[in-house]
Ligand binder design. Structure first.
Ligand SMILES: Nc1ncnc2c1ncn2[C@@H]1O[C@H](COP(=O)(O)OP(=O)(O)OP(=O)(O)O)[C@@H](O)[C@H]1O
Length: 469
């Protein structure tokens, strides 16, 4: 049973929250000041910390700092009455998982707690193909679907060719096109199979934490580095390190990464000793990294070092019939997971699928199908079980292409219409995203947290609204 520490000096709120969480099958400990909370952590293993911002001795920001320095794997959620953007930005910058504003909505908090605990378990995934547990073994048996399009065949062929070499590979593709899956395929085809496969989401690491996460640190190297930390490079020694969203790394970390790749040596923060590492790097990005390297916002030498071989993944909307091969696969996966036995999709559903542009690619398709399987009471999935935006994806296309205006001509869909709720909503969404991006100095991970959407959704929206980010 996961253990949560609640730090809040308001006794009745603390008790109410504790009771609520206990009723939802969590083990809960409570503390009423920052100091007693931190003391508690010294002697008790805790899976998640929920802390108030305004505490009698210190504020929630210093609690987050202390937890992140000493127990970096423990997620912290900040609860605050003071929903000003600076506190939110600060809390996320120093590593809070999320912040919530008081009064807290119990259902929302519960979802957040579950998400934090889930991500805590899976921030970094290690595949062991040796005699692992069933779960570990299953993960190593990559259920990779190739597809039939010429793009899909090329990706599979290239992954199979580059796999057994030790070349660095850069995987390019929109969000959700299967970059991590392709990285695992390369790993499975390599001589390093059976050694660690470590995935690090560089987009989720703050600048301060990235170097320590990748290379480790020694005790005392910065305020609050209370114990030595092993970095992911060392954990991946002998195996493969997958750096997702590599374009997000700061210049300083890029320098260290380049050294690690060229000299096969790393140095923990605060240490003078080199550690020899033998790590194969597979990196991925949905940025235009080449352009970033050419205009100086990503180191050109590092770009070339990462890009010894590149694999381009194509958007689902360009992959023709692959869409249905994946739909079939995700249907079976969802059936297994949810204990259902849905046989197929109706023809109408297939038509909707065909017409929707799938900006979130395979991930979006997988989620849509899982939801539909859950809702479906029949033996075939019909359009009623699909979210509105998927269905309206079709109607938008129809409107753009065929709706006649009052004078009989085909109306230009980009003409603003003050009565078009969808258009108004989109304009306001675009403006909010632009504002938050500006406020966070275009830190997309942070902006996504503040906007309460995941990073991938933010990337999709930036692309869709053509926001300069
Ligand atoms: N070839 C494949 N066969 C089966 N399932 C796949 C394949 N590729 C991707 N998927 C599924 O699609 C989902 C998205 O894949 P993945 O996480 O690899 O995408 P990504 O491009 O790395 O996404 P992001 O850019 O958001 O990091 C995963 O849940 C995975 O299960």
């Amino acid at each position: 049973m996961p253990k949560i520490l609640v730090i809040d000096d308001d006794p009745s709120f603390n008790m109410m929250l504790t009771t609520f969480l206990k009723r939802n099958e969590f083990k809960v400990e409570s503390a009423h000041s920052a100091e007693s909370g931190i003391d508690h952590l010294k002697n008790h293993q805790v899976d998640l910390v929920l802390t108030d911002y305004k505490l009698p001795d210190q504020d929630g920001i210093s609690v987050i700092k202390k937890v992140k320095e000493s127990y970096p794997g423990t997620p912290v959620i900040l609860m605050t009455h003071y929903a000003d953007i600076r506190t939110a930005v600060k809390s996320i910058q120093i590593g809070a998982f999320e912040f919530v504003t008081k009064p807290v909505n119990p259902d929302e908090l519960l979802l957040l707690v579950k998400r934090a605990l889930k991500e805590k378990k899976e921030p970094v995934e290690t595949i062991k193909t040796s005699q692992g547990s069933k779960k570990t073994k299953h993960k190593s048996e990559l259920d990779y679907i190739s597809g039939e399009s010429k793009y899909a065949k090329k990706v599979y062929e290239h992954a199979s060719l580059v796999g057994p070499t030790d070349m660095s590979v850069l995987i390019l593709g929109e969000s959700g096109t299967g970059k991590e899956f392709a990285a695992k395929l390369i790993y499975e085809k390599s001589n390093r199979k059976g050694k660690p496969f470590i995935a690090v989401d560089c987009g989720a690491l703050s600048d301060e934490l990235a170097a320590s996460e990748l290379f480790g640190h020694v005790k005392g190297s910065f305020t609050g580095a209370l114990q030595d930390k092993t970095g992911q490079f060392e954990y991946a020694n002998g195996g493969t390190l997958f750096l997702d969203e590599v374009g997000n790394l700061s210049y300083e970390v890029q320098v260290k990464l380049l050294r690690a790749l060229q000299e096969k040596k790393i140095r923990k923060i605060g240490s003078n000793a080199d550690i020899n590492v033998d790590v194969r790097i597979i990196a991925a990005t949905n940025d235009n990294l080449k352009e970033k390297a050419e205009n100086g916002s990503f180191r050109l030498d590092l770009y070339h070092r990462l890009n010894e071989f590149s694999i381009q993944l194509y958007p689902l909307r360009n992959r023709g019939n692959d869409l249905f091969i994946f739909a079939e696969h995700f249907l079976q996966e969802a059936n297994d997971e949810l204990g259902k036995d849905i046989e197929d999709f109706t023809e109408d559903t297939k038509e909707v699928f065909k017409n929707y542009p799938w900006p979130g690619n395979l991930r979006e398709l997988k989620n849509v199908i899982k939801r539909a399987v859950l809702l479906c009471q029949d033996n075939k999935i019909s359009p009623e079980q699909l979210p509105e935006e998927i269905k309206s994806g079709v109607s938008t296309l129809v409107t753009e292409q065929t709706l006649p205006s009052s004078n009989g001509s085909t109306e230009n869909s980009t003409t603003p219409n003050p009565k078009d709720l969808k258009q108004l909503q989109e304009t306001s969404e675009k403006e909010t995203i632009e504002k938050v991006l500006k406020e966070t100095h275009y830190n997309k991970s942070l902006a996504a947290k503040i906007l309460n959407i995941d990073r991938k959704t933010l990337y999709n929206k930036i692309k869709r609204y053509e926001i300069d980010a």
